[in-house]
Unconditional design. Sequence first.
Length: 300
Amino acid sequence: MELRQLRYFVTVVEEAGFTRAAERLHLAQPGLSVQIRLLERELGQPLLDRAGRTVRPTEVGAAVLPYARAALAAVDGVRQTVQEYTGLLRGRVAIGLVPGALTHPFDLAGLLAGFHRAHPGVEVTLTEDLSDAMLSALRDGTLDLAVAGVADRTPPPGLGWAVFVDVPLVVAAVAEHPLMAAHPDGDAVSPAALEGHRLIGLPRGTGMRTVLERLCAGAGFRPRVVFEAATPDALARLAARGLGVAVLPGPDPRPGLRVLPLADPCARARAALVWRDRGPLGPAARELLGRLREALRAGT
């Protein structure tokens, strides 16, 4: 097994085809196909499903993919570590973000600009995605760092995180909404009281949505989420139009809405800086992670 074959395999998966992968690798397509066949022959299992219009990893290929990426990352880490010790920090850092993360809780754009000035040889890429997808991408090596919503207090195996938002969840609706009328004294709303109401929440795959679904499941029903939006502010705007009950991070007031706490200690909205704590994390990613954690500790 050769390192270049692993790189070819990963590239074909990422490009979902041999033609685009060959162009990216600056290779002839027949030569690329031969190398993949040799790798499959050595391993004794097909790694790629070539039957459809797009090339996809087989079940074995999907299982092998994280290890191939880790091997490539380890070799890149060796090179980058040597460069780091000679003062030539280079490499690539892939960051995933939830919507709105560029400005909260610190000036991420400004911090990245400072990092770029200090290390112009490092390529930093940013993508926005759902939190669950980003956690999976961290595990398989597609991402190095992420700012994500999380549903639990502690990270799952293979990941580390620093929680920087941990606030109670609240429900918000216009004052005349039946749920608000049933709580005139501003007392807390039990999750069971949400049953049957039109809810407004973040999409599935986000930390807050996971918490909401757990709360409702614990009360014996599935939440009726009729509107989804990517940010809490968008949820509040929908609720202010009388379209339902928004589930939001609190306890701040929302213009045009009554806000009530949820009566459950698990009703928390959390966001965290997340990284992979198993397998190699390149010097560039470690340096940027250190800067981000310092910014969080400073509250800037």
